[in-house]
Ligand binder design. Structure first.
Ligand SMILES: NC(=O)c1ccc[n+]([C@@H]2O[C@H](COP(=O)([O-])OP(=O)(O)OC[C@H]3O[C@@H](n4cnc5c(N)ncnc54)[C@H](O)[C@@H]3O)[C@@H](O)[C@H]2O)c1
Length: 335
């Protein structure tokens, strides 16, 4: 199979590319480098013996995407390209709807025009909004989302549902990620967002390097193990494997398939922080701050459906996540 990976130089995309190359899959990467850099391509090439093409371009450019699909005889797409910051999406909603929703529709148009009907789509547990119960199953209501980022993912899911219902040739996997974190065990690729990180693990590594002063812990009075919020952290390499398995699946099954991609267990912010401190052997400055509006006490994935249907589960625990994230960041302090 020949796979087009959009957003393939980003955090999750680069790990998906590394995994596909390890399986000797033929791939082509499309990314506009808005939140990543060309250097990732060199690093991916150094990891793999298989060659691949990189095209700097935008998924909203339907003509370009059509040319890429046709020239490379693509027969499936993993669509990770998009913007991912909840707070930024509140300030720049049009930018988010344009990149995430318009971008996805443009890609789907290009795929249909070139006769390619297999897609793995990066969605998010954000589509569940404030969960009514935890662990969250895929049948939990979606759409009651309070920010443009989450709504953009929800809208794309709805578009995909309508598309698959309208044309039986489509075979689509929607992957709802929980909290991807960690890095490749080589230390060659990892998370290096442009600007200030929003997620706990990259914040911890930046504080450890002295690039940020401290970690703010939002809420110390939740009814959880230690009062801090509990989330589901999934190792990015496990997540990448999930994409490869989802691709295999959609080659044999048509229709729409929705799977949670989480570890299936939660860790509190303080548990993650302590695990990180044990890895680096020093304490991390942190400060408790009030609860943030919209945050819930705890949330993690029910992964029984993805285990049953795809045979996927996450193997790496929080210790492995913070260890790999630290290896990546300490080997690449400038990133
Ligand atoms: N990291 C998370 O916590 C998380 C959680 C849930 C879902 N997701 C989704 O997973 C996907 C990948 O996330 P990530 O963490 O790797 O983010 P990332 O920002 O590291 O990667 C996204 C990549 O897409 C590229 N891109 C953005 N807009 C583009 C466009 N219009 N055309 C072409 N390329 C474009 C960026 O340059 C970047 O390389 C995103 O769609 C994100 O919304 C991420």
């Amino acid at each position: 199979m020949k796979v087009l990976v959009t957003g393939g130089t980003g955090f999750i995309g680069s790990h998906v590319v590394a995994d596909l190359l390890e399986q000797n899959s033929e791939i082509v990467v499309l990314d506009n480098l808005r939140n990543s850099s060309r250097e990732v391509i060199d690093r991916l090439r150094s990891l793999a013996s298989t060659e691949f093409d990189f095209i700097e371009g935008d998924v909203r450019d339907t003509q370009l995407v059509r040319e890429v699909i046709a020239t490379h005889a693509v027969d499936a797409v993993v669509h990770l390209a998009g913007l991912k910051s909840v707070s930024e999406s509140v300030r720049f909603p049009l930018d988010y709807y344009d990149s995430n929703l318009v971008g996805s529709i443009a890609l789907l148009n290009a795929m249909a025009a070139e006769g390619v009907y297999r897609l793995v789509f990066s969605s998010s547990a954000t589509v569940y909004g404030s969960p009514e119960s935890t662990p969250i199953t895929e049948s939990h209501p979606v759409g009651r989302v309070e920010n443009p980022y989450g709504r953009s993912k929800y809208f794309v899911e709805e578009v995909l549902k309508d598309l698959v219902a309208s044309d039986k040739r489509w075979s689509v996997a929607i992957l709802r990620y929980f909290n991807p974190a960690g890095a490749h065990s080589s230390g060659a690729i990892g998370e290096s967002p442009k600007g200030t990180p929003n997620n706990l693990v990259p914040i911890l590594t930046k504080v450890a390097l002295g690039k940020m002063d401290k970690v703010f812990v939002y809420g110390d009075d939740y009814p959880t193990v230690d009062g801090s919020g509990v989330r589901d952290y999934v190792h990015v390499c496990d997540l990448a494997k999930g994409h490869v398995q989802a691709l295999d699946y959609i080659f044999s099954e048509s229709g729409l398939h929705v799977w949670n991609m989480g570890a299936g267990r939660g860790y509190s912010v303080m548990e993650v922080l302590k695990s990180f401190e044990s890895v680096i052997g020093k304490s991390i400055p942190h400060e408790f701050s009030g609860r943030r509006p919209g945050d819930v006490a705890e949330c993690w994935a029910d992964i029984s459906k993805v285990k049953r249907e795809l045979g996927w589960k996450s193997d790496k625990d929080i210790h492995q996540i913070v260890q790999d994230a630290w290896r990546w960041q300490s080997l690449n302090p400038e990133l």
